[in-house]
Design a protein around this ligand. Structure first.
Ligand code: TXA
Ligand code: MG
Length: 311
C-alpha cells in the first residue's frame, strides 16, 4: 500500500524495518526495495521478491559518511569522493570492514561493500531513524524497468509489499553512478548522473572503466545482465514507427511520446523509465527510441537503453 510521507507514516516505515519487513522507499534516483542490511533473513526476502540472482550484491544506503565508515574501509580518495558527491547519486564500492555487521548476502559474499548516501529528505529520515544501513536494490522485478514513482512500485509488487512511502517522482530517474575505489584507483562500474569528467575533476586523475573481459579489472555483477527491459522489444536509434509500434522521441520530432522536446538530457533521464512503462502498457508490437547524444548523463541513458534492448 502507498503511504504519504507524514511523520507518522515514516515512523511506520521505520518500525516495519525494525520488525524485519521490507518497505518501498523513494530516493532521488529510483525507488528502492529496502530492508535491514545486517539481517540475512530480511535480505533473502529482497532477493526472493525481486527474483534477483543471489550473485548480484546490493547497495547499503547510509545517512552520512560516518555511518558509511563504520562498514567500509575508506581510502583518502574514497573519502574525498564521498565528501564531494554525498548525499547524491553516487555509489562507492570499497573493502568491507572486518567483522562488519552487514550480512554476507547483502554483499553477495564479496570482500567489498557498495555504499550510498541518497540525496532525498525522506530516505535519509528513514535511514537515520532506523539507525543502520538499508540494503535496497531498485524496487522492480529483476530485469524489469526501474520504478520512478510509488505507483510503479505498487504495480511491480502489489500486495506482496505492505508499505511504500510516496516521495513523489524521482528527480533524476536513473540509478546512481557506481565506482570501485581501492587506494587511489577509481574504476567506473555503472554509468549514472555523475559523469566520469566530474569524478576526474575531484580526484585530479583518471577514472578507469571496468573491463568485463579483463580478469584483473574490478567488476560489478549487475553490469553483466540484460536489464531494465520492457515486455515489448525495444529498438534504438530510430526516427519512425510502423503501425502498432510506439516511437519515443528526443528533441523536435513527430512521435507519440517525447523524452524532451527541447533536447534536454536531464529531462530525458527523468522521463526515461516512466515513458518506457507508458509505452509498454499499450502493448505495442515494438518500442522504438530516437538517438540520444552520448554526452553528460546521455552516456548513462544509452547504457541503460543498450541493456534494455539486449535480446
Ligand atoms: O540509484 C541506485 O543506485 C538505486 C537506488 C535504490 O539507490 N539502487 C540500485 O540498486 O540501482 P541495484 O541493486 O539495482 O544496483 C546495484 C548495483 C548492481 O549493478 C550491483 O552489481 C552493484 O551495484 N554492486 C553492489 N555491490 C557491489 C560490490 N560489492 N561490487 C561491485 N558491484 C556492486
Ligand atoms: Mg536495478
Amino acid at each position: 500500500m502507498i503511504f504519504s510521507p507524514t511523520l507518522n507514516n515514516i515512523e511506520i516505515a521505520i518500525s516495519q524495518l525494525k520488525s524485519g519487513n521490507l518497505i518501498g522507499l523513494p530516493t532521488e534516483t529510483v525507488y528502492g526495495l529496502g530492508g535491514d542490511a545486517r539481517n540475512s533473513d530480511v535480505v533473502a526476502k529482497i532477493f526472493a521478491l525481486k527474483g534477483r540472482p543471489s550473485f548480484n550484491p546490493l547497495i547499503s544506503h547510509v545517512c552520512d559518511i560516518e555511518m558509511a565508515m563504520q562498514y567500509g574501509e575508506f581510502s583518502k580518495t574514497a573519502k574525498l569522493l564521498a565528501e564531494h558527491f554525498w548525499p547524491g547519486a553516487f555509489t562507492i564500492v570499497v573493502q568491507r570492514k572486518a567483522n562488519s555487521e552487514i550480512c554476507d548476502l547483502t554483499c553477495a559474499g564479496l570482500e567489498t561493500i557498495a555504499l550510498r548516501c541518497p540525496n532525498h529528505e525522506i530516505a535519509n529520515q528513514i535511514i537515520k531513524g532506523f539507525g543502520a544501513p538499508i540494503a535496497a536494490p531498485s524496487a522492480n522485478i529483476s530485469g524489469h524497468v526501474s520504478p520512478t514513482s510509488a505507483q510503479h512500485v505498487e504495480n511491480e509488487f502489489g500486495d506482496n509489499l505492505s508499505t511504500i512511502i510516496d516521495g513523489g517522482e524521482c528527480q533524476i530517474g536513473l540509478e546512481s553512478t557506481v565506482v570501485a575505489v581501492f587506494e587511489n584507483e577509481v574504476t567506473l562500474l555503472r554509468y549514472g548522473a555523475i559523469t566520469i569528467e566530474e569524478i576526474e575533476n575531484v580526484i585530479g586523475g583518471r577514472v578507469q572503466i571496468a573491463n568485463l573481459k579483463d580478469e584483473k579489472s574490478p567488476k560489478s555483477p549487475g553490469m553483466l545482465l540484460k536489464h531494465y527491459s520492457p515486455n515489448a522489444p525495444l529498438f534504438l536509434d530510430c526516427d519512425k514507427a510502423q503501425e502498432g509500434e510506439i516511437l519515443i522521441g528526443f528533441g523536435d520530432m513527430d512521435c507519440q511520446l517525447n523524452l524532451s522536446k527541447t533536447a534536454n538530457l536531464q529531462e530525458a533521464a527523468a522521463n526515461l523509465y516512466k515513458m518506457i512503462r507508458q509505452a509498454d502498457a499499450q502493448k505495442p508490437r515494438a518500442i522504438k527510441i530516437a538517438p540520444i547524444p552520448n554526452t553528460g548523463i546521455g552516456a548513462a541513458i544509452n547504457d541503460r537503453l543498450s541493456r534494455a534492448a539486449e535480446k
